[in-house]
Design a protein around this ligand. Structure first.
Ligand code: SF4
Length: 364
């Protein structure tokens, strides 16, 4: 018997459509012969009474709208089977089950049967018109196990590597947005790059590229792609500095200007303010754009509340203010003024960011 499936994206902000729900829609329509509809948030008009409801979730700190959605749709449709999945549910299933009306099932991880299906982008016409991009995981997991990252826990080591991704591109889409954690660690990265080139698609390596895996051959292949916006790297701790520098130089040598290379710098973890300042200075001296990225524990229920032992609220706030006031889109590009005033003249974090700190607390 055909079922009607209600897909619910809770009322939090995301730049991207709910990929997991779009895959589930494809699975139910194409494999089970069901009908589906997608709603955002609660109090939404629903076309037909559902038999199955899937609520997705994202960041752990966006748990309240998830609870609201579970409660609301459980009450509205008590006869339907309600599943909760997604990132928050996978990372914090016990917390997700605490809701006064708990979901019938909590699904952790990836739905294997839906993973390799073309997501049902017909449910997100605005996205198709505005962005026209297919979001793709050409691999799951990662070869590394950085302690600050949820990927090793959620997806384990590299797996599910695809040789081809053409079947995951929605007709009419002009770009691909890779959500791979470490696409260069896939043995098929070159096949995938070749395919994108042949299909003449724009590309966004959304989760960044691993600087340690950027060789001359990789840099050359990247330069032959139509990169959307920027190439993203990360410089999360000092030891990988030489790799990041080398990657930037290689990308430059194949015509990718430093202003188009965005380097994330993790802070508020085991580092201290001086450590972050040194890494930002390195990035700018190497000619790329620095983007401070505040560490959030993988079980944070409130965003930006965690303060690491070597940091304090004043210094953390100073970074946020500096990003707003002298940053560009939250990043620090290697502009002449910034280089002169902050990078070359300042010897310490406090010297560079004093103007953004509360004066009574400014101590060197
Ligand atoms: S390389 Fe990136 S994705 Fe892989 S474990 Fe480290 S932070 Fe996570």
């Amino acid at each position: 018997m055909r079922s009607h499936v209600l897909l619910v994206e809770p009322d939090y902000y995301s730049r991207y459509p709910p990929l997991g729900l779009l895959k589930l829609s494809a699975y139910h329509k194409n494999v089970c012969g069901d009908t589906t509809e997608l709603v955002h948030g609660i109090d939404q008009e629903v076309e037909s009474e559902p038999d199955i409801i899937y609520v997705t979730s994202l960041f752990t700190w966006a748990w309240k709208p998830v609870w609201d959605a579970v409660r609301y749709y459980s009450r509205e449709f008590p006869g339907a089977e309600l599943w909760l999945g997604g990132l928050y549910a996978s990372l914090m299933p016990k917390h997700a089950a605490l809701s006064s009306i708990a979901p019938d099932h909590i699904f952790r991880g990836i739905h294997k049967e839906a993973e390799d299906l073309l997501p049902d982008y017909s449910l997100v016409p605005k996205w198709n018109k505005k962005v026209g991009g297919s979001i793709i995981f050409s691999s799951r997991g990662c070869i590394r196990s950085c302690v600050y990252c949820a990927v090793p826990r959620l997806e384990g080591s590299m797996n599910s590597m695809k040789r081809s991704i053409e079947h995951l591109i929605w007709p009419g889409h002009t770009r691909v947005i890779f959500f791979d954690n470490n696409i260069l660690a896939s043995p098929y990265w070159k096949n995938i790059f070749e395919e994108i080139k042949n299909l003449d698609l724009r590309v966004d390596f959304n989760q960044g590229l691993d600087a340690r895996l950027i060789t001359a051959e990789v840099a050359k292949n990247i330069s032959e792609l139509k990169i959307d916006e920027v190439v993203r790297l990360s410089y999360d701790y000092h030891e990988i500095g030489p790799y990041v520098k080398n990657a930037i130089e290689l990308l430059n040598s194949y015509g990718i200007d430093g202003r188009r290379i965005l380097v994330y710098a993790l802070y508020n973890f085991t580092d201290d303010p001086e450590d972050l300042f040194e890494r930002i200075k390195d990035i700018l001296r190497w000619g790329a754009v620095g983007y401070p990225m505040r560490y959030q524990p993988t079980n944070a229920l409130v965003k930006n509340r965690y303060i690491a032992p070597k940091w304090d609220a004043n210094r953390l706030d100073a970074i946020q203010r500096a990003r707003r006031v002298i940053g560009y889109g939250g990043a620090f590009p290697p502009y002449e003024g910034f280089m002169k005033e902050k990078v070359e003249k300042c010897q310490s974090f406090v010297e560079a960011f004093a103007e953004f700190m509360k004066p009574q607390e400014v101590t060197p």
